[in-house]
Design a protein around this ligand. Structure first.
Ligand code: C2E
Ligand code: MG
Ligand code: MG
Ligand code: MG
Length: 277
C-alpha cells in the first residue's frame, strides 16, 4: 500500500514538473518575440512625498501582454528573461520608454526603473542610458535606478565598475526591497545610493502589529538619515499605514493608497498641472 502510494505520488510529482518545465519553455520561446511584437508595456506607480502628499515621481513597472495567456506579471517572466539573457534588450527598452514618458512630465517629477542583478553586468548599459537621456532630453538626476540588495552583487568587480560609470553619469540609485535579502549593510556605504526602499512586508507588519515591527522601520529610517539617504515606504495600502510610515520619518511613500501602477497616459495626466513644490 505505502509503496504503491509513494509511486503514485512520485508519478504525479514528475508529471507536474514536466508540465511546469513545458510551460517555462513555452514562455522562454514566446518572450523572445515579445519585444518585437510590441507585447511589453510599462505601467507607472506614483511615489508621493510623505509631508505634503504630492507626487515626486513614478516607478516604471513592466507587464507582458501575452496574446494567449493574458497579462503576465513581472515576477513570472523576469527570471526567465534573466536566465535567457533577454533581460538585456528588455532592460534597454524599459529605460528608453520610461525616459520617453518622463520627458513629458514636469521637470521635478522623477522616474524610477528597476534593474536586475544580471543587468548590473551589462557593460553596454552606461552608454545606452547616456544615449537615451540625450535622445529624450531628460537630465540624469531625474532617473533613479532601483537595485535589490544583494551581498554578492556589490562584491563583483564588474558590478563595481558599472556602478561607478552610472554614478559618473549623475544618476540616482535606490536600494529596493530593503530588509528582505542578504541585508548587505556594506552596500549602504556605497555612496551612490541615495534612497532605501523599505520592503512592504515591514510596512504591513508594522501596521498590523504596532511597536516591535515599527521599531524596524524606525531603525532603517535612522540608518538612512545618518547616511544622508531618503526612504520610501513600499506597499502603503491604507491611510493608517501611510500615517505610521510618515510619523516614523519615511520621506516618501508608494502604495495602492496613492495609486496603483497605471498606464502612462493616466500617469502623465496626473502630473500635467503639477507645479514644482
Ligand atoms: P518592486 O520593484 O519592489 O515593485 C513594487 C511592486 O509592489 C510592484 O509589483 C507593485 O505593483 C507592487 N505594489 C505597489 N504598491 C503596492 C501596495 O500597496 N500593495 C501591494 N500588495 N503591492 C504593491 P509588480 O509590478 O508586480 O512588480 C514586481 C517586481 O518585478 C518589482 O518589485 C521588480 O522587482 C520587478 N520588476 C518590475 N518591472 C521590472 C523591470 O522593468 N525590470 C526588472 N528587472 N524588474 C522589474
Ligand atoms: Mg522597484
Ligand atoms: Mg520594491
Ligand atoms: Mg518590493
Amino acid at each position: 500500500q505505502v509503496k504503491g502510494q509513494g509511486r503514485g505520488a512520485a508519478c504525479q510529482y514528475s508529471a507536474e514538473m514536466a508540465e511546469a518545465a513545458a510551460h517555462r519553455r513555452r514562455l522562454e520561446g514566446d518572450l523572445a518575440a515579445a519585444l518585437d511584437q510590441d507585447q511589453l508595456a510599462l505601467m507607472f506607480q506614483p511615489v508621493v512625498d510623505a509631508a505634503d502628499e504630492r507626487i515626486t515621481g513614478f516607478e516604471a513597472l513592466l507587464r507582458w501582454h501575452h496574446p494567449e495567456l493574458g497579462t503576465i506579471p513581472p515576477l513570472d517572466f523576469i527570471p526567465i528573461a534573466e536566465d535567457t539573457g533577454l533581460i538585456v534588450p528588455i532592460g534597454h527598452w524599459v529605460i528608453d520608454r520610461a525616459l520617453a514618458w518622463a520627458a513629458r512630465w514636469p521637470q521635478h517629477v522623477r522616474v524610477a526603473v528597476n534593474l536586475s542583478a544580471v543587468q548590473m553586468e551589462d557593460v553596454d548599459l552606461p552608454v545606452h542610458i547616456a544615449a537615451a537621456l540625450a535622445r529624450h532630453r531628460v537630465t540624469a538626476d531625474r532617473l533613479e535606478l532601483e537595485i535589490t540588495e544583494s551581498l554578492f552583487l556589490a562584491e563583483k568587480p564588474v558590478v563595481q565598475q558599472l556602478l561607478a560609470e552610472l554614478t559618473a553619469l549623475g544618476l540616482n540609485f535606490a536600494l529596493d526591497d530593503f530588509g528582505t535579502g542578504y541585508s548587505a549593510l556594506g552596500t549602504l556605504q556605497n555612496a551612490s545610493f541615495s534612497r532605501i526602499k523599505i520592503d512592504r512586508s515591514f510596512v504591513k507588519r508594522a501596521t498590523a502589529l504596532g511597536d516591535d515591527a515599527s521599531a524596524i522601520i524606525q531603525a532603517i529610517v535612522r540608518l538612512a538619515a545618518s547616511l544622508d539617504m531618503a526612504t520610501t515606504a513600499e506597499g502603503t495600502e491604507t491611510r493608517a499605514a501611510f500615517e505610521l510610515c510618515r510619523d516614523l520619518g519615511c520621506t516618501q511613500v508608494q502604495g495602492f493608497l496613492f495609486g496603483r501602477p497605471m498606464p502612462p497616459e493616466q500617469a502623465t495626466a496626473l502630473v500635467a498641472d503639477l507645479a514644482p513644490a
